[in-house]
Write a protein that binds this ligand. Structure first.
Ligand SMILES: C[S@@+](CC[C@H](N)C(=O)[O-])C[C@H]1O[C@@H](n2cnc3c(N)ncnc32)[C@H](O)[C@@H]1O
Length: 230
């Protein structure tokens, strides 16, 4: 199995645990991330011991050498996700399968809702677009996978919903994942004049309210696509 764009190994750990019999190769373009992945994976007993630095667009593998290719939150960062999928398709054996998981920032809604919070969220979408990515890629997963030549493509939306009755989602998903992701584009958003500083800071404060009981709620949809190479 090939995991393309493994980052610091968050999914690698899950893959290794759920498929202990598989031979797993995980690659990423970032040396730094691979170092972290190796370190964190050392603590779990797994066969995910093969990490490789490589570019999805220039893959150092033999054609048709993998049974399964797995990607999670990678296509959204690429300038040409269609070309990346075609490149990965070449590595699959006939009958092999591919799994792609992506988010879609347009699928997000929350309470309480303010102009500034929506503005800060939109900065995230715009900054990613400026970096030649597409944070609205979840809705494109089916056409992208089908155009790459995969057959029997099936895409399922996976909604994550958080409110005060689900404190682990409020903490783990909204406060520790979603809000830091928005905060991460502060420099680029302000520099590009997408918002003024006061509105930005208000927006971030308001987003924190969506993860605060008893009022806060947050909803986001991920998309998981699977397909087969004939
Ligand atoms: C948001 S992270 C996702 C990491 C991991 N899949 C996860 O779900 O936690 C996106 C990863 O894609 C990697 N990436 C971006 N462009 C790449 C390329 N051209 N080739 C290989 N990896 C790439 C980045 O270095 C980053 O680690």
């Amino acid at each position: 199995m090939l995991e393309a764009g493994c980052g610091i190994g968050a999914q690698t750990a899950i893959l290794a645990r759920s498929s202990p019999g598989a031979r797993l190769v995980s690659m990423d373009i970032s040396r730094q991330s691979l170092l972290s992945a190796r370190r964190s994976l050392r603590s779990i007993k797994s066969r995910a011991d093969h990490f490789l630095q490589a570019d999805i667009f220039h893959l150092p593998f033999s054609p048709e050498s993998y049974d399964h290719v797995f990607l999670c939150f990678v296509l959204e960062h690429l300038p040409d996700p269609g070309a990346a999928l075609k490149s990965l398709m070449g590595l699959l054996k006939p009958g092999g399968t591919m799994t792609c998981i992506e988010g879609d920032h347009g699928s997000c809604f929350f309470h309480p809702r303010s102009r500034e919070a929506l503005g800060a969220w939109d900065c995230l979408v715009q900054v990613q677009a400026g970096m030649k990515g597409d944070s609205l890629i979840g809705r494109r997963l089916y056409p992208l996978m089908a155009a790459a030549g995969l057959k029997d493509v099936a895409v399922s939306p996976r909604m994550v919903y958080s409110d005060a009755s689900r404190p682990h989602f409020m903490e783990g998903f909204v406060r520790r994942t979603i809000i830091p992701m928005v905060e991460g584009v502060e420099g680029q958003a302000l520099e590009a004049g997408m918002m003024d500083r006061a509105s930005w800071e208000q927006g971030i404060r308001d987003l924190h309210l969506t993860a605060r009981p008893p009022e806060g709620t947050f909803c986001y949809t991920f998309f998981k696509g699977v397909g087969i190479k004939e």
